[in-house]
Design a protein around this ligand. Structure first.
Ligand code: NAD
Length: 278
């Protein structure tokens, strides 16, 4: 199964100087700690300063070095400032950038989801990753070496009902990652896009998820959620092997295949599931 999702390029492994966005919680924090375990120095960016400082303490407790930086990835200027701060602290541009920051959203169908919710989700989840790529990819291209990991979601291809804005935001992350991978193919820069289903984090606390969807998501997360630590380890291992796609769980892999092989049946089934009571 794994071979289906991987574009094997080469084995690589140096994450000495990394930037991780959304590092104050969940998957971002797990990336920061795992990178520290692997000997990395990690710039931890987030809008939540207290939780980011806690991540720094965790990294240091694993023998790594880390710096907490306030950065709202939806604001271009702040991502430029992040790159300057990172370069100053690391003493060089980062050789690994993890565009992970994101927010959850869901509850209403397309046409009823308020447009300000669409704009906020796209601002953080899509523009946040676009800003990260725009600011950091030229360094990676110039260096001809290093890595980029973008955190999308299985939502980027699953088209689950009542999650339109989130789905669109993550499909865009998938597309920009595939584009950068094509543009950098043949260079020493590895590009990986992570597409998980449920991971046990704080994402359900988002104010853009309505209470009914949050209850269902909480239940599914309890039943099927992977640990962020497992996801971070698995993604970094796959990245080191040069894999473009990381689709970590069987449920996501089945959705990925069903969508491609039986698109009409898949859409009908997704619609039926979307109409089940929460
Ligand atoms: N948890 C899941 O089930 C799941 C599944 C698929 C994809 N993802 C994706 O994983 C990524 C990480 O989410 P998580 O599950 O760890 O959630 P989380 O809520 O635990 O962590 C997200 C972190 O991002 C930060 N953040 C939010 N908006 C930001 C902004 N504008 N700028 C900078 N930082 C910001 C938050 O403060 C928080 O620390 C997101 O992109 C999410 O969409 C999560």
């Amino acid at each position: 199964m794994r071979r289906l999702f991987g574009t094997r390029l080469r084995r690589r492994s140096h994450h000495a100087h990394a930037v991780v966005t959304g590092a104050g919680s969940g998957i971002g924090r797990a990336f920061a700690v795992e990178l520290a375990r692997r000997g990395g120095h990690v710039v931890c960016a987030d809008i939540d300063e207290d939780s980011t400082k806690e991540t720094v303490r965790l990294v240091e407790s694993h023998g790594g070095r880390a710096l907490a930086v306030h950065c709202d990835v939806s604001i271009e200027r702040q991502v430029w400032d992040l790159s300057e701060t990172a370069e100053g602290w690391l003493g060089r541009p980062p050789d690994l950038v993890v565009n992970n920051a994101g927010i959850g959203a869901g509850g209403q169908v397309v046409g009823e989801t308020p447009l300000p919710d669409w704009r906020r989700v796209l601002a953080v989840n899509t523009w946040g990753v676009v800003h990260g790529c725009h600011v950091f990819v030229p360094w990676l291209r110039f260096a001809g070496d290093g890595g980029l990991i973008n955190v999308a979601s299985a939502a980027g291809f699953a088209a689950a009902p009542r999650m339109g804005a989130y789905n669109v935001s993550k499909a865009a992350v998938l597309a920009v990652s595939e584009t950068v991978a094509a543009e950098l193919s043949g260079s020493g820069v590895a590009v990986t896009v992570l597409c998980p289903t449920f991971v046990s984090t704080n994402i359900i606390g988002s104010e853009l998820i309505d209470s009914t969807v949050a209850r269902t998501a909480e239940r599914l997360m309890r039943l099927t959620g992977a640990s962020p630590e497992h996801i971070a380890r698995r993604t970094l291992d796959a990245h080191d092997r040069g894999r473009l796609y990381v689709v970590p769980r069987l449920d996501a892999q089945l959705i990925w295949r069903a969508k491609r092989m039986l698109p009409a049946a898949y859409t009908r089934a997704a619609g039926l599931l979307g109409r089940l009571p929460a």
